[in-house]
Structure formats: structure tokens, C-alpha cells
Design a protein around this ligand. Structure first.
Ligand SMILES: C[S@@+](CC[C@H](N)C(=O)[O-])C[C@H]1O[C@@H](n2cnc3c(N)ncnc32)[C@H](O)[C@@H]1O
Length: 222
């Protein structure tokens, strides 16, 4: 992503935030891109390497298991989960993003659906063996994160796994502009919601310049 695209996205964010609308900018961004992925700051058109690395390290196989991708964007991570055998549902608040996924992957086994995390179907509660949250929490203003975390946690089935990958910061680091990195303290909310932390990694990734990431795996007991 170039600085020009990042600045354009941030201008759209600001326009919506001053109107008290923290979620409307996603659809504005995808619709305004008119099929040009270079306009979407996070769209690399490949699965997230921080996710791939974890899936490989843990030899994750999805046959006979259900996965849910939170905020799927243009679908690369969801397709990766399906490729590994998961029966995969992927959702995004942006109708334009979901239409774009369907155009990119017309034969896909992934169920792509338009849904708002904060109004997700009650049928999803406790349903998914593997839930993947990569980079959505960090584009939600901190004021919405506690509610977002609560919804994400609710989707994990008994014995299921949740993988969260986000930008990370210390509590006294500046939040800066979108994407707003998370603190470890914010992530402890998942523990209050009945999940057990299996592992937490705090590292600099391979981007140039490197980005501090938190990668956390949680398990729900029976
Ligand atoms: C930073 S992007 C990451 C997309 C994808 N995970 C990736 O890594 O390319 C966050 C995505 O979450 C979606 N999103 C934001 N708020 C959402 C909400 N309340 N419900 C569902 N999706 C949401 C956005 O539309 C966007 O596609």
C-alpha cells in the first residue's frame, strides 16, 4: 500500500467518524474502489502471511470442521481456510466487498455473506470450530472493541479455536491513525468470555518497515 492510498482511506474514515459513523466507511471505500484493489489499503490479494505461518506451524487441517472468517475483505484468508478443508463461512459488513469476493471466486465453496459483526445471526453462536480474526479489530475504533470482542468470542464452538492477529502497541504508545493497534490489555477481554489463551506471540513481522503484531490463539473448553 502506498502512502497515497493510506491517506485516501484515512480521509474517508475521518469524514465518517465526525458524523459519528464508525462503520459506514468500509462500504464507501470498497464501492469507491470500483474493482481496483490497489485502492484498498489492506488488500494484498494473497492470504495473510501471519495467518499462513500459524496454520502451517500447527498443521491445521479443516476436514469435517467449520470455520468463520471475520471481516473477510476480498476473501483471500477465507479461500485459504477452504483450501485446507474447512467448511468456511466468511462475512463482511460491506456488500461491495462480498460481491467482489464472489466475482473473484465464482466457483468457491466458501459461503460469502454480508453481515455486520454487531448484528450477526444468533445461529452462529457457539457454532464454529475455527474462528479467524485478522486485522478487523484494529480498524474498529477502540470504543467499539469490547463489544466486537464479545461477538467474536461468542462464535467459537466448544473445543473450538480462535486465532486473532492484530497490530500491537503498549498502553502509553500513541494510538495514531487507523489502523489503531491493540494493547494486550484489550485482548484479555477474550479470557473474560470463557476462552483460554493457548499462546501469545508479540513480534515484528516481515513488512517494510516491520510492524509489531500480536498473534494469539484461544481455546474454548467443552
Ligand atoms: C482491515 S480489513 C481486513 C480484511 C481482511 N481480513 C484482510 O486481511 O485483507 C477489515 C475488514 O473488516 C470489515 N468490517 C469492519 N467492520 C465490520 C463489521 N462490523 N462487521 C463485518 N465486517 C466488518 C471491513 O469491511 C474490512 O473488509
Amino acid at each position: 500500500m502506498t502512502e497515497k492510498e493510506r491517506a485516501r482511506a484515512r480521509a474517508i474514515v475521518r469524514q465518517h467518524l465526525v458524523q459519528g459513523d464508525a462503520l459506514g466507511w468500509f462500504e464507501a471505500l470498497y464501492a469507491g474502489a470500483a474493482g481496483d484493489a490497489a485502492i484498498i489499503p489492506w488488500a494484498d490479494l494473497m492470504p495473510n502471511p501471519n495467518v499462513i505461518q500459524w496454520l502451517d506451524q500447527h498443521q491445521v487441517a479443516g476436514a469435517g470442521r467449520e470455520a468463520l472468517k471475520i471481516g473477510c475483505g476480498l476473501g483471500d484468508d477465507a479461500e485459504e481456510l477452504a483450501r485446507r478443508g474447512f467448511s468456511t463461512t466468511a462475512f463482511d459488513i460491506s456488500a461491495s466487498a462480498i460481491a467482489w469476493c464472489r466475482r473473484r471466486y465464482p466457483q468457491s465453496p466458501v459461503a460469502y455473506v454480508v453481515e455486520d459483526l454487531f448484528r450477526a445471526p444468533s445461529a452462529w453462536q457457539g457454532t464454529f470450530d475455527f474462528v479467524l480474526e485478522s486485522y478487523t479489530l484494529q480498524v474498529l475504533p477502540p470504543s467499539l472493541r469490547r463489544a466486537a470482542i464479545s461477538h467474536i468470542a461468542s462464535f467459537v464452538a466448544p473445543h473450538g479455536t480462535l486465532l486473532v492477529v492484530s497490530r500491537g502497541r503498549e498502553p502509553d504508545d500513541s494510538q495514531g491513525e487507523m489502523p489503531w493497534p491493540l494493547t494486550k490489555e484489550e485482548l484479555t477481554d477474550f479470557l473474560r468470555l470463557g476462552l483460554r489463551e493457548v499462546s501469545i506471540e508479540d513480534y515484528l513481522d516481515d513488512e517494510v518497515p516491520p510492524v509489531r503484531r500480536f498473534r494469539v490463539a484461544y481455546h474454548r473448553e467443552a
